[in-house]
Design a protein around this ligand. Structure first.
Ligand code: IPE
Ligand code: IPE
Ligand code: MG
Length: 301
């Protein structure tokens, strides 16, 4: 199945989407797609079939998000813990990823049309090398596709580089935990835990989660603002302490006038920002080189 489905919303879905869009909408939604095996058991199908249908549901959900104007989606597809599952299941999941990412490489035109930009968060080196190469090719070849929202909101976030934090995180299957997914990035996100199994996820489930986001929007905004203010104050305090120590050291304890203190503080802040910028650039360069090298080695069947 294609990564991007061309289906449009039905009338009632379109109406609901328009009503929701009158309120604040999440720009970035994260999904913990849980419940594939329980779904397989419930439907009396092979476990691998549950995972395959889980992928199909992802393609469908991406389309709903696009219809709802949500341009950034992050999904939890495989955790380090998941390597502890049986060899057969892990191999099946890796093979599914191999097939789906290879398929993605054949859909460049469609991806470009919708401005899809793929990023993979996590340690790629844990995967088989051929899969690493295919994924790297998917990332590198969609890098230039323009996603207005993420470009406009370009942040300096390290782990999920170039991505703003998710506004809404959804976990399916009734499990109320994060299983190590985006712990830092979701500390001020709306968390929606839904009992539906991932392969059975519907447009209405997504609307319900968005409504939950809208109902908690004000309190989330307030908490985020307070947190940001706190961060700025903390940084200012840290800069002041550093400058005071430096001046004490340089001036052998002699008192300094307010003007010189202020100049020293400004210089210190500018040099810190420059250091941080250099560090982020070097990190980005390292990641880009890793992906570019891998992607140029990819041989796609
Ligand atoms: C989530 O579904 C998909 C992956 C972790 C790959 P599960 O495989 O965890 O299915 P359940 O939660 O056991 O039903
Ligand atoms: C859920 O994985 C996370 C993913 C979808 C990758 P699990 O279903 O294995 O999570 P836990 O171990 O039950 O929390
Ligand atoms: Mg699970």
């Amino acid at each position: 199945m294609s990564w991007i489905r061309e289906t449009e919303l039905r009338l009632l879905e379109r109406l609901t989407a328009n009503i929701l869009k009158a309120g604040p909408m999440p720009k970035h939604v994260a999904f913990i797609m849980d419940g594939n095996r329980r779904y397989a058991q419930k439907r009396h199908v092979e476990r691998q079939e549950g995972h395959t249908q889980g992928f199909d549901k992802l393609a469908e959900t991406l389309r709903w998000c696009l219809n709802l104007g949500i341009h950034e989606v992050t999904v939890y597809a495989f955790s380090i813990e998941n390597f502890k599952r049986s060899r057969e299941e892990v191999d099946g999941l890796i093979e599914l990823a191999r097939q789906k990412f290879s398929r993605l490489l054949t859909e460049q035109e469609n991806l470009e049309k919708h401005g899809v930009c793929i990023r993979v968060l996590g340690d790629l080196t844990l995967l088989p090398e051929d899969l690493q190469q295919i994924i790297a090719k998917a990332v590198v070849s969609t890098r230039a596709h323009n996603n207005d929202v993420s470009e406009a909101l370009l942040s300096q976030c390290l782990y999920s580089s170039n991505s703003p934090n998710p506004d809404l995180l959804i976990r399916t299957s009734g499990e109320v935990r994060l299983s190590d997914f985006l712990l830092w990035q979701t500390s001020y996100s709306c968390l929606a835990f839904q009992s539906v199994l991932w392969p059975e996820y519907s447009f209405w489930n997504l609307c319900e989660a968005i409504l939950q986001y809208q109902l908690s929007y004000r309190s989330l905004q307030k908490a985020q603002e307070l947190h940001k203010e706190g961060q700025v104050l903390q940084q200012m305090e840290a800069d002041r302490t550093c400058v005071a120590e430096l001046l004490q050291h340089r001036g052998n304890g002699k008192p300094m006038d307010a003007q010189s203190r202020q100049t020293a503080l400004l210089n210190y802040t500018a040099s810190r920002e420059e250091r941080v910028c250099c560090f982020l650039n070097a990190l980005q360069h390292k990641r880009d080189t890793f992906l570019n090298d891998l992607s140029s080695q990819a041989v796609v069947a």
